[in-house]
Design a binder for this molecule. Structure first.
Ligand code: ADP
Ligand code: MG
Length: 799
């Protein structure tokens, strides 16, 4: 016996055996001889009796020789036939290859006897029961694999398939059996629809099924249909096997085929002589021969398997994925010589066919899943070992929050080089993508909202700058408020002093005392601001105001009263006092308005901050809700938040409007201040000129009064310095525009108040005309002292 091939693919010609049926009692034996030993192919020689050829065109050869794998002569017993023919095939099938054993021969030649067995003796059991016995024996012996066995039994009669294993009834007619049809899938695999696959877990069950099928086959046979001679019966053993834990399944089939009788319609010639040409009674055998011829030819691409159901079912067995064996059953009596020769000829052609049997392995998806799950767990364990972290499939809430923060930060970062680094964790990377997608989708919901949100973000940055600006403006306003208050108070006081001085005219001059008094009072009053720096500024400022306002009077010396009066008169005569007063009132009004606006701005800003806080609160609430009870709704836009955002937008609008108004006010206020400064400078300048002229006139009237030799140069210098100041005033005046960053805001009073600067000529060397009048001189000296003090202070604050 040939050993079962173990390689994945076995390329082999169909093995062809011959079995000669014992002669019946009344049969005349034909002349034949069997030659050969165990090791070589056997040879069957058939001799055609002379008398048959007599009297006819004697073109017949006397001897016909055929080669077979082995020839089983009349005495060959079933067990020997099984061992030689079926056992090797059964072994292949057990190894995972497909196998087919088919018996071919004329009716009565012993096909059924060989395949199924004789009905009388146990020893006459044929290949099917013996194979079943053998297979189950082997399966029991092999504990390395898990086997599953099924059997099916198909009868093909007149191109119709019938399931012989239908357990529901014992058919009385073939037509009562379930009809089996052929189905072909896209891969051209043949599937037999309605053919039941009965599981057989042991030999007994399998034999019972065989008995059932044979019974059905017999009962269905009637003299009318002659099923036994005209039908093909295919008993199939299906075996699947796999090693425990492996996902690989091996499936194999063993077809044991009892073909229809191969006898042909003999054409009888003239005189009743047999013609050599004959036709198969069974058409499907004709097609089988066509397939065999086609397969035997070289370079034949089309094999007509589809012409009959039988060739379709046996397609793999013929020229395909199968280890196939044929048994040619011969009835070597005189009458059947021709049929025997035909059978042998057919067998010779079949012997040329090469089959390619492959190991039928496939992957069990369920087992694959189990295997992959195991592999995943192992990889997880390995990962945990390497990273030192146990990795679950889900990210923790804490990790999710951290990722959200990272994503927000990343999205807000304008740095083009900024990256979102979440580490080598696919779960985190995937989450980031999902989160960004969510954010994208949220923006898509309303592009308008996105737009407004975008601009509101811009506004936010605007607002920040705006708030900064507002702070500066408010400080400036405060300072201006102080300045104005001081100015107004001083003006009031000066007015009163002027009046007082007027009344004191007769009671000798007390200008010096008045000056000192007013100075100290104003300094005291100016101490009211709580802020220390502003206090100092206020002092400086008030001092400078004194310098400005009392300069003429002080220089008036002896005529201090007259000087004062003169300045008042001069002012009334020269200055457009109405305009100044109007401007003052307007300035005051504007300051009040600005103050009010500043307060309102503050309110709006607080409101916006409050609304922002509410949104944040809302976010926290929803985030908490998403954790405790996640729902789709939470991924949607929050209507409450939307409302809050709308409110913020409105507030921002009014803020912007007010802010712009405040900016306008600031410009107006500064302009007014500038105007007033100009008027003051002009007034002062004019007065100084006038005063100088008056002083010169005085000196000319009283030359003895001038003690200093420098006196001559005094007046031009005075005037010069005044001119210098007035020319400087335009260039040194610092305008504080709302968009500028007024660094050193503490100096804003002095820097934005040119009057202060312009009132500070480098006058330490300036000679002052002394009047000779002790009182007037004292007044002048006091003035100089006060002015020098201011200058010193200014110098320090400017450093
Ligand atoms: P087929 O199925 O080819 O038509 P069968 O197997 O029915 O032929 O055989 C016809 C008869 O010959 C049966 O009664 C069977 O028992 C008998 N027979 C066939 N072959 C043998 C054999 N090798 N030994 C003994 N009896 C046989
Ligand atoms: Mg038969």
């Amino acid at each position: 016996a040939a050993a079962a091939p173990r390689s994945a693919m076995v390329k082999e010609t169909i093995r062809v055996y011959a079995r000669v049926k014992p002669l019946g009692r009344r049969q005349q034996a034909g002349i034949y001889s069997v030659d050969g030993d165990e090791k070589t192919l056997s040879s069957l020689e058939i001799i055609v009796p002379r008398e048959l050829a007599d009297g006819f065109v004697n073109n017949k050869r006397e001897s016909y020789k055929f080669k077979f794998q082995k020839i089983f002569d009349q005495e060959a017993k079933q067990d020997v036939v099984f061992d030689s023919i079926a056992k090797p095939v059964a072994e292949c099938v057990l190894a995972g290859y497909n196998g087919t054993i088919f018996a071919y021969g004329q009716t009565g030649s012993g096909k059924t006897f060989t395949i199924t067995g004789g009905a009388e003796r146990y020893s006459d059991r044929g290949i099917i029961p013996r194979t079943l016995s053998y297979i189950f024996d082997q399966l029991q012996k092999d504990s390395s694999k898990v086997y599953t066995t099924h059997v099916s039994y198909l009868e093909i009669y007149n191109e119709c398939g019938y399931d012989l294993l239908d357990p529901r009834h014992e058919a009385s007619r073939l037509e009562d059996l379930p009809k089996v049809t052929i189905m072909e899938d896209p891969d051209q695999n043949i599937h037999l629809k309605n053919l039941s696959l009965q599981q057989a877990t042991n030999e007994e069950e399998a034999l019972n099924l065989l008995f059932l099928g044979d019974t059905n086959r017999m009962i269905a046979e009637t003299p009318m249909n002659q099923a036994s001679t005209r039908s093909h019966c295919i008993f199939t053993i299906h075996i699947s096997s796999k090693e425990p834990g492996s996902a690989t399944i091996r499936r194999s089939k063993l077809h044991l085929v009892d073909l229809a009788g191969s006898e042909r319609v003999a054409k009888t010639g003239v005189g009743g002589h047999l013609l050599t040409e004959a036709k198969y009674i069974n058409l499907s055998l004709h097609y089988l021969e066509q397939v065999i011829i086609a397969l035997a030819e070289k370079n034949r691409s089309h094999i007509p398997y589809r012409n009959s159901m039988m060739t379709s079912v046996l397609r793999d067995s013929l020229g395909g994925n199968c280890m196939t064996t044929m048994i040619a059953t011969l009835s070597i009596d005189k009458r059947n010589i021709d049929e025997s020769i035909s059978t042998c000829r057919f067998a010779q052609r079949v012997a040329l066919i090469k089959n390619e049997a492959v190991l039928n392995e496939e992957i069990d998806p369920r087992m694959m899943i189990v295997q992959l799950q195991k592999e995943i767990q192992e990889l997880k364990d390995e990962l945990a070992l390497v990273t030192g972290k146990q990795r679950t499939s889900e990210l923790s809430q804490e990790e999710l929050l951290q990722l959200d923060e990272l994503i927000d930060k990343f999205l807000e970062d304008n740095d083009p080089d900024s990256t979102l680094d979440v580490g080598a964790d696919m779960r985190k990377i995937k989450y980031c993508f999902i989160r960004v997608k969510q954010l994208m989708n949220r923006s898509k919901i309303s592009d308008k909202k996105l737009l407004s949100q975008h601009t509101s973000e811009q506004k936010d940055s605007n607002k920040e700058a705006g708030e900064e600006e507002l702070k500066k403006l408010k400080e400036l306003l405060k300072q201006r408020d102080n300045e104005i208050n001081i100015l107004v108070n001083m003006l009031k006081k000066e007015k009163k002093k002027a009046q007082d001085a007027f009344f004191q005219l007769n009671a000798a001059s007390a200008g010096s005392a008045v000056l000192e008094k007013s100075l100290s009072i104003n300094l005291e009053e100016s101490q009211s601001p709580s802020n220390c720096s502003s206090l100092k500024e206020a002092k400086d400022f008030s001092s400078s105001i004194h310098t400005l306002l009392f300069l003429p009077r002080q220089t008036g010396g002896k005529m201090s009263l007259g000087c004062l009066e003169a300045f008042e008169v001069f002012k009334q005569e020269h200055a457009d006092n109405i305009t100044i007063e109007d401007n003052k009132q307007l300035l005051k009004q504007r300051f009040a308005e600005a103050k009010c606006l500043g307060e309102k701005l503050n309110e709006v800003r607080n409101k916006i901050n409050h609304l922002k806080g509410e949104i944040t609160q809302r976010h926290i609430q929803r985030a908490a809700l998403a954790v405790s009870s996640p729902s789709e709704e939470l991924n949607m836009l929050d209507p409450v938040e939307e409302k809050l955002r709308t409110q913020i937008e409105e507030e921002k609008k009014s803020y912007k409007a007010m802010f712009n108004r405040l900016k306008g006010l600031k410009v107006e206020i500064e302009h007014l201040q500038h105007l007033m400064e100009k008027v003051n400078i002009k007034l002062q300048k004019d007065f100084e000129v006038w005063w100088s002229e008056e002083a010169i006139n005085l000196q000319q009237e009283k030359p003895e009064m001038v003690s200093s030799p420098n006196t001559a140069t005094v007046y031009p210098q005075f005037i010069k310095s005044s001119q210098h100041l007035s020319t400087n005033s335009s260039s040194e005046t610092t305008r504080v525009s709302p968009n500028e960053d007024p660094a050193g805001k503490n100096n804003s009073i002095t820097s934005s108040n040119p009057t202060l600067k312009t009132r500070t000529p480098a006058s330490s060397s300036t000679s002052i005309p002394l009047t000779g009048d002790s009182q007037a001189d004292a007044d002048i000296l006091a003035f100089i002292k006060a002015r020098q003090n201011i200058l010193q202070k200014k110098g320090k604050s400017c450093q």
